[in-house]
Design a protein around this ligand. Sequence first.
Ligand SMILES: C[S@@+](CC[C@H](N)C(=O)[O-])C[C@H]1O[C@@H](n2cnc3c(N)ncnc32)[C@H](O)[C@@H]1O
Length: 270
Amino acid sequence: MSNNCSNFRQRSTAGCKWLYNRLMTWLIITLFTFLTAGLAYWLLVTTEGVFLGRRVVVWLYDLTAHRYDGVKEFSPEDERILVTNPVLVAVQGVDRPLVLDVATGTGRVVYDLLQAEAFTGTVIGLDASWPMLAVAKRKLQAYGQGQQTLLQGVAGRLPFGGDAFDLVTCLEALEFFPRQEEALREMVRVLRPGSALLVTRRTGHEGRFFLHRYRSEAQFVALLGRVGLTNIRIFNWEVGYDLAIGWKGTAGAAAVDSAAGLVYNGQEES
Ligand SMILES: C[S@@+](CC[C@H](N)C(=O)[O-])C[C@H]1O[C@@H](n2cnc3c(N)ncnc32)[C@H](O)[C@@H]1O
């Protein structure tokens, strides 16, 4: 009888151990799967490949180009306030301005400007993703062909001579560039002295997911100053972004004054 009992105890202890080991194995596998999926999500979705290098960022845009405009749902009224008006203010007084939009994506700035009667200049949209540019090309074929050019290229090596543009814009893209300061220096290089750069800064918790690539407002102003911009001002812009304006060298007082109302979307300047 006591022999039977001790066999039973030994067997049930062995059974418990087996169950415990199985549970621990599954727990570790589940934890590992969650961590890997979380890391992959952060690397590929939240920060859009930025920690994996430029080619991955551009590849992700290549893959999703056909869905980009649908996801963004640009509204004409918002675009007028957030894009067209600031550009028109920044090139005020310039006859037939030449504008460069760096990382134009599906041609947002080009499209908005070509629809504005008040815009009499020419706009060049540059992007590294060919599929994004292909969407832009389809959207823009009905608009002023003589007023627009789309180019494939990278922000860190702009294929233009110095002092060429009356305005450079770079919206919702700087955080994706591998060397942001170098890209900004390129944008300033191609600006005509006295002309402005309009560039966005990622803000809020989404911005902080970019870790050391995130810049506070003060750090962003300091960065823009380092690359040679003056009279820098920052405005609340879209959800998750600020819009900064700065001039190459000294800007006319009138230009700086008119930029005070650069973005009015019912929000106070930050
Ligand atoms: C969020 S989209 C912004 C597009 C557009 N500016 C807008 O506001 O809709 C970012 C764009 O940056 C482009 N891009 C990313 N890294 C780039 C680089 N190093 N040089 C040029 N374009 C780049 C991507 O291909 C993509 O079209």
